[in-house]
Design a protein around this ligand. Structure first.
Ligand code: SME
Length: 164
């Protein structure tokens, strides 16, 4: 009786509530871990370790840092990532150039996407600011299509604002 409609609706709501709950837990854990720690790499490594360990669809999670006008790999977890990305190139370089989060439902549809790992199917890249200056981007790849939406954007932007 009424299997598909209400049940489908409920399960979608449950999944996204669950995701937000995990993001909230991650935020608390990260803030507790980095309290009193001023080193940027130590803070980035903590963000990556907590998120990558908690979020089941995070296949590659890492930072690219702004170093002399170019993105250079920072702390990450997952398969081997590209070391350097020029501004304007790929999803990370576009995020850094526009200073705006990019949510990519299908990486093959993103012009100039850089495939560090063939398994990556969708991606979110969030800019990281300190004193209004761009210092890095957080890149998360998923091996599934359409993993990320506005709720991930909101949660990740909020965590990064709290940490940096
Ligand atoms: N796909 C990214 C490159 C970084 S890796 O996926 C780790 C991009 O297009 O910027």
């Amino acid at each position: 009786v009424g299997l598909s409609g209400p049940r489908f609706g409920n399960s979608v709501r449950t999944v996204s509530n669950e995701k937000l709950r995990v993001y909230r837990e991650c935020r608390q854990k990260i803030l507790a871990l980095v309290e009193g720690e001023t080193d940027l790499i130590a803070r980035m490594a903590s963000v990556v370790a907590v998120l990558h360990g908690a979020m089941p669809d995070f296949y590659w999670t890492g930072f690219y840092r702004m170093v002399e006008g170019e993105l250079v790999i920072g702390p990450y977890q997952g398969t081997v990532g590209c070391l350097r990305i020029k501004l304007g190139r790929g999803v990370c370089g576009t995020t850094a150039e526009l200073e705006k989060t990019q949510v990519v439902k299908d990486v093959h549809a993103f012009p100039g996407h850089i495939a560090c790992d063939e398994n990556s199917r969708s991606e979110i890249v969030v800019p990281v600011f300190q004193d209004d200056a761009l210092i890095a981007v957080l890149d998360v790849d998923s091996a599934k299509l359409g993993t990320f939406d506005e709720s991930d954007q909101e949660a990740l932007e909020e965590i990064l604002q709290a940490v940096f």
